[in-house]
Design a protein around this ligand. Structure first.
Ligand SMILES: C[S@@+](CC[C@H](N)C(=O)[O-])C[C@H]1O[C@@H](n2cnc3c(N)ncnc32)[C@H](O)[C@@H]1O
Length: 222
């Protein structure tokens, strides 16, 4: 048990050390693949817009949360243009400092910049229409991911949505020693989502990404 706790501490502290050294740029956020940022954002916009609206049953556009937000790449081009308020949470203070500059005028709509690991973060109950979690679930252990998703569910407003967009492996859980993360296959992600008591409303694979990188899937949950 002591060993598991120690491994877990190392898993998180190694990731923190890794991200502290990464330049606060779009290229840094995307591991050198800044060229795919626009394809990613446009895909996300099309995915999210299926759910947003004023009509009965649609998701409102009051407040969104960007989890593992980094410098605010997604906040800037996807969330801030669509939502009244956006909160950012990330474990790396340097990225949030950069976000204040990078977001420019749009940054006026940021409600809170929160520097905390998602394994500890408790989103405010009933605050969010959309909780966006992209390219960060691999930094949480299975148990922490399930617990975090449960807390996210409590943080949703009526008709709110949790979106996970992340890499998926073909089979099994693939560790990455460099940034101290794991890449899970779709079956594993589905299992964790269901353990958290969430339902998958819709799922899509991001198209037009380079062939050499992991497949990326978006899941809409509540
Ligand atoms: C691959 S970047 C993605 C950034 C952003 N989601 C995007 O798509 O542009 C991963 C981000 O997760 C953050 N991160 C890593 N471990 C984290 C944790 N345990 N809790 C919160 N953020 C974490 C890093 O600081 C970094 O900003």
């Amino acid at each position: 048990m002591g060993d598991i706790a120690e491994d877990e501490t190392t898993f998180y502290s190694n990731a923190e050390v890794y991200w502290k050294e990464v330049p606060p740029t779009v290229d840094g956020m995307l591991g050198g693949y800044s060229s795919i940022s626009s394809i990613d954002i446009n895909g996300s916009k099309a995915f999210l817009k299926k759910f947003l609206g004023e009509e009965e049953g649609k998701t409102s556009t009051g407040c969104a949360l960007d989890c593992g937000a980094g410098i605010g790449r997604i906040a800037k081009r996807l969330l801030l243009p669509l939502f009244g308020t956006v909160d950012l949470v990330d474990v790396t203070q340097g990225f949030l400092d950069k976000a204040r500059v990078y977001l420019g005028e749009d940054g006026k709509k940021v409600g809170n910049y929160i520097c905390e690991g998602l394994q500890d973060f408790v989103p405010a109950s009933g605050r969010y229409d959309v909780i966006w979690i992209q390219w960060v679930i691999g930094h949480l252990t299975d148990d922490h991911l399930v617990e975090f998703l449960r807390r996210c569910q409590k943080a949703l407003r009526p008709n709110g949505l949790i979106i996970i967009k992340d890499n998926v492996s073909f089979e099994g859980v693939v560790p990455d020693e460099v940034d101290s993360s794991v890449c899970r296959d779709l079956k594993t992600v589905h299992g964790l989502v269901h353990s958290a008591g969430l339902r998958i409303l819709h799922e899509e694979q991001q198209k037009n990404f380079p062939k050499e990188i992991y497949q990326v899937h978006s899941l809409a949950l509540r």
